[in-house]
Design a protein around this ligand. Structure first.
Ligand code: FES
Length: 355
């Protein structure tokens, strides 16, 4: 029985104290951004349902700034919340068109979809083969900035226990069928005027690249500051994308690697150590390791900036328990990555002295 009220996007709905904001909204027939419920992991929130808390209070919900997670925030009295509209979720069949090597560890998957998926830059979808459990991936454009309407690109880390395994190009040849659902999440690019600060680690660059291209083409008045990081500098695979950004006038690009000491202009350390001073007028998008996403979102909230996050679950969390035990028993170890030849980086990557 209802014992309080919520106002969500100007609609007043009945709610029960103790239920989640998401449950109250869905019971009232409202559609809020969220993830595939089977995929939002207990200990790694996917951030898909983050919503603004405009007035009143809720209990929990992992608050950051004036936002909470609707699937975890519990109703505790009257409150007013708001969120931006997102496209309706859909399902589509797709087929593998091509695999391209981006680095020793990361490959690009190109899929052709039967029905165009109306995702906003920064939203994610789920992919599944046959009876496999779906996994979350962020569609993006090819690294030269081009996109065909029926084609989606994904950046995939070779990974034992991952959906695609360590040799995806051998397991899923062109023509292999894929089930796709989405789009999910609300960490997408919005219209605005302030600077965009775009931060990625690892394959989180897929979301950031999609946002960067849409921003340069659709909102060229906004300054862009981009930081791309990886543990291994050899996994900074985005050289063609940086050249495209340089041609579009994006001058503030920083590459960082937290593992073995990288050569300039790649800086040493985590992306958080190279954030610019944030301002309330900034909008920050961060995608990659959950720890990085949370740290950057907290830093943005502290500065009064708006922030959106796309956490990518680290390798161990993406493996199922059975897969982990099987890997442990087989004693399998990762093969060392071959060393690709060093390549010069475009001039918009800021040159610095070796550290
Ligand atoms: S749906 Fe709320 S954190 Fe994933």
């Amino acid at each position: 029985m209802a014992n309080t009220f919520l106002t969500i996007n100007s609609t007043r709905i009945a709610a029960r104290n103790g239920e989640t904001v998401l449950a109250a909204a869905e019971a009232a027939g409202l559609r809020l951004p969220k993830d595939d419920p089977a995929l939002c992991q207990h200990d790694t929130p996917c951030e898909s349902c983050r919503i603004r808390l405009d007035h009143g209070a809720v209990e929990g919900g992992e608050p950051i700034g004036h936002t909470v997670l609707a699937c975890r925030a519990r109703v505790s009295g009257e409150a007013t919340l708001s969120t931006d509209p997102v496209p309706r979720e859909m399902k589509s069949a797709a087929e593998v068109v091509a695999w391209r090597t981006l680095s020793a560890e990361i490959v690009e998957l190109v899929l052709r979809v039967e029905k165009p998926v109306p995702y906003l830059p920064g939203q994610h979808v789920t992919l599944a083969f046959g009876k496999s459990a779906p996994r979350r991936f962020t569609p993006t454009l090819s690294l030269d900035g081009l996109r065909e309407l029926d084609t989606l690109h994904f950046h995939i880390r070779r990974r034992e226990g991952g959906l695609f395994g360590t040799k995806p190009e051998e397991r899923f040849r062109p023509g292999a069928r894929v089930k796709l659902a989405g789009p999910y999440g609300n960490s997408h690019l919005r219209q605005g005027d302030g600077r965009l600060v775009l931060v990625s680690s690892g394959t989180g660059f897929s979301a950031i690249w999609s946002i960067a291209v849409a921003a340069r083409l659709g909102q060229p008045h906004r300054p862009v500051h981009l930081i791309a990081s990886a543990h291994d500098p050899r996994d900074l695979y985005m050289r063609p994308a940086l050249e495209w950004l340089a041609r579009q006038g994006v001058e503030n690009v920083t590459l960082t690697a937290s593992g073995a000491h990288p050569l300039p202009p790649v800086r040493h350390g985590r992306a958080t150590a190279h954030l610019p001073a944030l301002m309330p007028s900034d909008t920050v998008h961060v995608a990659g390791h959950p720890g990085l996403v949370r740290a950057v979102m907290l830093a943005a909230a502290k500065a009064g900036a708006t922030a959106y996050g796309v956490p990518h679950a680290p390798a161990q969390e993406e493996e199922g328990v059975v897969e982990r035990i099987a890997r442990y028993l087989s004693g399998s170890k990762k093969a060392p990555a071959p060393v690709p030849a060093p390549q010069p980086l475009p001039a918009n990557v800021r040159q610095i002295r070796p550290v």
